[in-house]
Design a protein around this ligand. Sequence first.
Ligand code: PLP
Length: 363
Amino acid sequence: MGRVTDLEDLPLRADLRGLKPYGAPQAPLPVALNVNENTHPVPEEVADDILDSIAIALREVNRYPDREFTELREGFADYLGHGLTRDQIWAANGSNEVLQHVLQAFAGPGRTAFGFAPTYSMYPLLARGTGAEWIAGTREHDYTLVAETAAAQVADAAPDVVFLCAPNNPTGTPLRLDVIEAVYDATDGIVVVDEAYQEFAPRDEQSALTLLPERPRLVVSRTMSKAFAFAGARVGYLAADPAVIDALRLVRLPYHLSALTQAAASAALRHAPVMLGTVDEIVAERDRISATLAALGYTPHESWTNFVLFSGVDDPASTWQALYDRGILIRDVGIPHSLRVTAGTAEESTAFLEALASIGSAA
Ligand SMILES: *Cc1c(COP(=O)(O)O)cnc(C)c1O
């Protein structure tokens, strides 16, 4: 048999040919503000408790873990509130895997998944990975969604799964609950509200969790990767009707959450207020970044997240490179004349703003 040299030589699924994998650059630069992590480390006292919990779990690591991750589901139910109980909670290795489970159960070959572009770049990749077709809807010029037109697009496409990213990545745009209600009523499919950035929204704003009662096809997903400063641990979760959770059990791999992951996540959740202690600081940095970008002549978009999308960039690729050469990694998300930056610590945010000012690339 001849030597296999590239993908073309393999009997790859026809529907995967020509696709590109997710590939945000991972470069060891001093200031990494490209993938919306919480750039503050886990506080020392919490790290100690997490280590203790992992040490205990390690003593039984010869056995398979609790397949139902019962303690962790209880932890998430308590954290989310709204009267949720563990039978309404699911979790996996990052919310990406949670979303993959939803697509495996409710999309798949011959089915469709829908989202309003520009939105999270993983939705189409995850959908196609399950063999489903991706349908892209459109937003208003300022990236917002309006209930009536959003619902009309969904009714027209009749998808099996709808993704509503609230607030939206990569634009930061808030999503009002009336849009979610209208979209839900316009489809018989599953409606996933991805609240990966919910903790950075104004405190008095309602979560889509408030809409769960009486809506068995509504799914609200969250992650520990952003506000919780836990991206490396890979833990995401969702809340939905118990019947949805039963559907996800059909597609998950047995024991998909390792004993070490369960121990670490449960310990981190016990310290939720401390783990989330940097949120206010990050929100303040986000708003400072937006104000400074505007003063520099760019157009920052409204953001309820831990990042800012800004337009008015003459040549995003060259600005991205010039920042890279100064040790600062941000994200070119492919939106014309725009770049996205994560709000880091005060020092990181200042380093970014000063470097950008020295480049001076506002159109
Ligand atoms: C970062 C992000 C996620 C989280 O992914 P994990 O797999 O939990 O790390 C989910 N949705 C959106 C929109 C995101 O930006």
